[in-house]
Design a protein around this ligand. Structure first.
Ligand code: ZN
Ligand code: ZN
Length: 135
């Protein structure tokens, strides 16, 4: 059975569907992913076979390519949230895991670019954890 994933941006203008399976799932700590996510890492799913269909908001999409790097990010121009993009002339689909509204039945395979991680990004699993923001 073909997997069907659905996702959207923060404001809901951009909505999409992905039909097919993801092949790789990486947590990337490189400086570009840290800038792009505003966080410790980018959580990125990749597929060379899944099909991306925009359901709405295609006119809100913009792609920024980092000069002299094989790195790009596509985002909603209304809310700034990253959304999927096609790389290598459409051969590779990259999906920021956080923009999916359907569960991902696939555990990340690895942390990558760990040598570039933020200096505070160390043993974060040891921190206290709360269901919501503590008082
Ligand atoms: Zn949006
Ligand atoms: Zn990266």
């Amino acid at each position: 059975m073909t997997e069907l994933h659905r996702g959207s941006c923060q404001c809901g203008a951009v909505r999409f569907e992905i039909e097919g399976e993801f092949e790789r799932f990486f947590l990337c700590h490189c400086s570009r992913c840290r800038k792009g996510s505003g966080s410790s890492h980018g959580a990125k799913l990749f597929s060379s076979t899944a099909r991306l269909t925009w359901l709405s908001g295609e006119d809100h999409l913009r792609t920024y390519r980092i000069p002299a790097a094989r790195h790009q990010t596509t985002f909603c121009t209304n809310c700034g949230a990253p959304v999927p993009d096609l790389r290598n002339d459409g051969a590779l689909l990259m999906v920021p895991a956080g923009c999916l509204d359907t569960p991902v039945d696939f555990r990340p395979l690895a942390h990558i670019y760990i040598a570039s991680r933020a200096n505070w990004d160390d043993h974060l699993e040891d921190l206290p954890a709360f269901d919501e923001r503590p008082a």
